[in-house]
Design a protein around this ligand. Structure first.
Ligand code: HEM
Length: 410
C-alpha cells in the first residue's frame, strides 16, 4: 500500500489537478505517512464536505490529542486551529468588529485604491498583476484598513506573511530553512503587533484593530497576547489568500478568452465568476482535521485523535458533483445551488470569516482590470508557482494591455 500522496510532489506544482484526479478516482480515503504521523487524505467532495461540516472533527489541540505538529496552533487567539467553546468565543468577538455592513462600506475605498494602482500600472507597457495590483491592494486593506499599520511599515508585513504562509504546510513536508524563516518572521510580526496593540489601546484609530480592542473593553476580555495572535491570524489568513484569488482568477480568465470576453460583456456575472475561480484553482488547497471522537467516514473507522487531510481543491473538481469539472465556466454559479457549493472557503464552524472582504476586493480589482485594459494578454507563458502546497499562487503574473480605458471618474 502506498503511503505517499503523489500530488504533493514538486513535479505537479504547476498543475496538481490530474494527480488529484488519479487518487480521487482510485479511492475515497488515501493513506499518507507524514513523518511519523499516519494520516488519511480525502479528495472526494462527499467526504470532504461531510468532515468539514461535522462536529466529530476539529483540531484537538486544547484536548491534547492532535497528532500534527503545528506551531501556529499554539499562538493565543489563533482560533482557526481551535475547537468550541474557545473557537466560538474568539469567532464571535472578531465577528463583532467585522460585520457585513462594515465590509460593504469599504467598497468606495477599494475602488479608489484599485483605480490608483491601475493608473500607475497601465502607464507601463507591461505590468505584474500581483506586484502592481493584488499585493498592494491586500497590503492596504488587510495591513492598513484592518490592522491599522501605517503605509511606510506595510512592506515588512508582506515579507512576514509570505514566510509564514509558505511555512503553513505540514512540518513533515517542509525543508528546515522554511521552518526557520517561518519562526523568524512570526517572532518579528509578534513583536511588531505587540507594540501596535499597545499604541492603539492608548490612541484608537479608524481601523478594525481599534474596534477589536473596544469590543474587548466593552465586556468579554481578550488579553494582550490574544489580540496579538488575532492580528497574526488575520495577516496570514487574509493576505496570501486574497492575493492568490486575484492572480489565479486573472490567469484562468486569460487562459479561457471566451470566458474573459463573457465577463467583460456581463459584469453582473462577477459574483458567479469569483465562485468559479474559487472552485477551479483554489488559493487554499487543503486543510487538516482531527477526529474529536470515534467516527466512521467512507466506511473507514477513525479513532479519537486520528488525523486527516481534506483536499478542498480536489473535491472542487469531483465529477460526481460538477459536470465537466475541469472546464472553467463562469456561468456555473449564475444560479446558486447549495448542493454544489465549492469548498473554497471551507464549510462549518471554520467557514472563512474574511470571505465577504475577499470577494469585495477581488471583484472590484478584476472588474476594473477588465474594464480598463480591454485587450489584456499574458506577457509570459512560462509561469512559476509558489513552492507552498496549501497556498496555491503564482510568483508573478506579467501582462500587457494594448489599449487602455481611463478610470470611470477621470
Ligand atoms: C480568497 C481569499 C480567501 C480564501 C480562499 C480563504 C480561505 C479560507 C479557508 C479555506 C478557511 C478555513 C480553514 C479550515 O477550515 O481549516 C478560512 C478561514 C479563515 N479565514 Fe479565510 N480565506 C480568504 C480570505 C480571507 C480574508 C481576506 C480574511 C481576513 C480578513 C480571512 C480570515 C479568515 C479567518 C479569521 C479564518 C478562520 C475562521 C475560523 O476558524 O472560524 N480570510 N479561510
Amino acid at each position: 500500500m502506498t503511503t505517499t500522496f503523489p500530488a504533493f510532489d514538486t513535479a505537479h506544482r504547476h498543475d496538481p489537478y490530474p494527480a488529484f484526479a488519479l487518487v480521487r478516482e482510485a479511492t475515497p480515503a488515501h493513506p499518507l505517512q507524514l513523518g511519523d504521523v499516519p494520516v488519511t487524505v480525502f479528495t472526494r467532495y462527499a467526504e470532504c464536505a461531510a468532515i468539514l461540516a461535522s462536529p466529530d472533527w476539529g483540531h484537538g489541540y486544547q484536548a491534547g490529542i492532535s497528532p500534527f505538529r503545528d506551531t501556529g496552533a499554539l499562538i493565543p487567539g489563533s482560533f482557526v486551529r481551535m475547537d468550541p467553546p474557545d473557537h466560538s468565543r474568539f469567532r464571535s468577538l472578531v465577528n463583532k468588529a467585522f460585520t457585513p455592513r462594515v465590509v460593504a462600506a469599504l467598497a468606495p475605498m477599494v475602488e479608489r485604491v484599485v483605480d490608483d494602482l491601475l493608473d500607475t500600472a497601465l502607464a507601463r507597457d507591461e505590468f505584474d498583476v500581483l506586484a502592481d495590483l493584488a499585493v498592494p491592494l491586500a497590503l492596504t486593506m488587510i495591513g492598513g484598513r484592518v490592522l491599522g499599520v501605517p503605509p511606510e511599515e506595510r512592506p515588512a508585513l508582506r515579507d512576514w506573511e509570505l514566510a509564514i504562509a509558505w511555512g503553513t504546510d505540514p512540518d513533515e513536508l517542509l525543508p528546515p530553512d522554511v521552518i526557520t524563516a517561518r519562526g523568524t518572521a512570526a517572532r518579528a510580526a509578534f513583536g511588531y503587533f505587540s507594540r501596535l496593540v499597545a499604541q492603539r489601546r492608548a490612541e484608537p484609530a479608524d481601523d478594525l484593530l481599534s474596534a477589536l480592542i473596544a469590543v474587548e473593553e466593552a465586556g468579554d476580555r481578550l488579553t494582550e497576547p490574544e489580540l496579538v495572535g488575532i492580528c497574526l491570524l488575520l495577516l496570514v489568513a487574509g493576505m496570501e489568500t486574497s492575493i492568490n484569488l486575484v492572480g489565479n482568477g486573472v490567469l484562468a480568465l486569460l487562459r479561457h478568452p471566451d470566458q474573459l470576453v463573457l465577463l467583460r460583456e456581463r459584469p453582473d456575472l462577477m459574483p458567479a465568476a469569483l465562485d468559479e475561480m474559487l472552485r477551479y484553482d483554489l488559493p487554499t488547497q487543503f486543510t487538516i482535521r482531527v477526529a474529536l471522537r470515534d467516527t466512521v467516514v467512507a466506511g473507514q473507522r477513525f479513532t479519537r485523535g486520528d488525523g486527516v487531510v481534506v483536499v478542498m481543491a480536489a473535491a472542487n473538481r469531483d465529477a460526481a458533483v460538477y459536470p465537466d469539472p475541469d472546464r472553467f465556466d463562469i456561468t456555473r454559479y449564475a444560479v446558486p445551488d447549495p448542493a454544489r457549493r465549492h469548498l473554497g472557503f471551507s464549510l462549518g464552524i471554520h467557514y472563512c470569516l474574511g470571505a465577504p472582504l475577499a470577494r469585495l476586493e477581488a471583484g472590484i480589482a478584476i472588474g476594473a482590470l477588465l474594464r480598463r485594459a480591454p485587450n489584456l494578454e499574458l506577457a509570459e507563458e512560462n509561469l512559476e508557482h509558489l513552492p507552498s502546497l496549501i497556498h496555491r499562487g503564482l510568483r508573478r503574473l506579467p501582462v500587457r494591455a494594448r489599449t487602455r480605458t481611463p478610470r470611470a471618474n477621470a
